[in-house]
Unconditional design. Structure first.
Length: 348
């Protein structure tokens, strides 16, 4: 049975999710999507824009996580969440800057500003519409306000903050359900966030399943390889944000990744839980060559020190996040996850 579920973060932002599967299981599987998508993890192959409509063509009508859920729902409780600033969850609002921007439009009183900010954090579009309609603004100012609310000022993307969100979600889940083991599934950005959480919580995380995880920091964040990346880095170097859908990066993102990089690989080597990574050979955002080098070293280290097994598979052709190779990769992932479930302590 599908259950819609909400979690309120310590900064007031609302994280929305869907709970499925066997809710009496002691295993909780949490799936974190990639940047720019939502909990269904459906890859966009192309977008067709016409004067009358905008049509999205997906690689598969059935999203990656929808498939995994269908295969695993009898074995475990499954939580799919929209990470902050994605899907139905709240936006990662830069509150101080939004306060300044709102005051420039009009001298709103504090109660109106508070309602606007809270509605943005909760992504409450209906309340925002009512607020705008109720304000005695001229047409030009009303348009400015509508544009600001449609495209609010956001904080730079923080993977550490997303890790904190995951921690808070799990803490709140523990007050609602009984489980003793967590299995994390992450794609690209979600793969990095899942791994950061596992590094800090190796006792409760029992397996890590990764699709094109964002581990190739040098390639993905520091070395321009094409016009798109050069443009992004030029914008960030100028102290501005680079916005592409929900993936908002800026100087603070680069600072954070620089810090993460210093400790990430060493801690990853010593993470003693089973890890399975599936990588596309034609991935242009997280290249297979760089990913292969990371996991080759990781597997060698684990084998040498008798740590948990590391599995690494490359799929051809395999675009980013493997949207074009749905079934081979997901069948392998399902097998891996099931093999690591705590079947001995399942509640009947």
């Amino acid at each position: 049975m599908k259950t819609n579920i909400e979690f309120t973060m310590s900064d007031g932002l609302l994280i929305k999710g869907t709970l499925l599967g066997n809710k009496t299981s002691s295993n909780l599987i949490i799936m974190l999507h990639s940047g720019g998508y939502n909990h269904l993890e459906r890859g966009v192959e192309k977008v067709i824009n016409t004067p009358d409509a905008r049509k999205i063509i997906y690689y598969n009508n059935r999203g990656n996580y929808e498939y995994l859920t269908a295969e695993l729902k009898e074995d475990a409780m499954i939580l799919l969440i929209d990470q902050r600033n994605h899907g139905e969850s709240g936006k990662n609002i830069d509150i101080p800057k939004m306060l300044v921007a709102l005051k420039k439009i009009s001298d709103f009183d504090n109660s109106i500003i508070s309602n606007i900010i809270n509605s943005l954090l909760k992504k409450d579009k209906d309340t925002l519409k009512k607020i705008v309609a109720s304000l005695p603004l001229g047409d030009s100012k009303k348009v400015l306000l509508q544009e600001l609310l449609k495209r609010p000022i956001l904080k730079d993307m923080s993977f550490i903050k997303m890790q904190d969100d995951l921690s808070e979600v799990i803490e709140q889940m523990q007050t609602l359900y009984q489980f003793s083991a967590i299995h994390l599934v992450g794609t690209c950005m979600g793969g990095l966030v899942s791994t950061l959480y596992a590094l800090d919580n190796p006792n409760i995380v029992k397996s890590l399943t990764l699709f094109s995880p964002l581990f190739t920091f040098d390639y993905s964040f520091f070395h321009p390889s094409d016009d798109f990346t050069k443009n992004k880095l030029a914008i960030i170097a100028a102290g501005k944000q680079h916005r592409m859908g929900n993936a908002v990066e800026g100087p603070k993102t680069i600072e954070e990744i620089t810090k993460i990089k210093k400790y990430f690989y060493g801690r990853l080597n010593n993470l003693d839980i089973p890890i399975f990574c599936i990588q596309g050979l034609e991935d242009t955002l997280v290249p297979a060559r760089d990913q292969n080098a990371i996991f080759k070293e990781l597997k060698t280290y684990h084998d040498k020190h008798n740590l948990s097994p590391i599995y690494y598979a490359e799929i051809k052709p395999g675009v980013h996040c493997l949207y074009d190779t749905l079934f081979p990769s997901l069948i392998e992932a399902t097998t891996f996850i099931v093999s690591n479930l705590n079947t001995d302590v399942l509640k009947k």
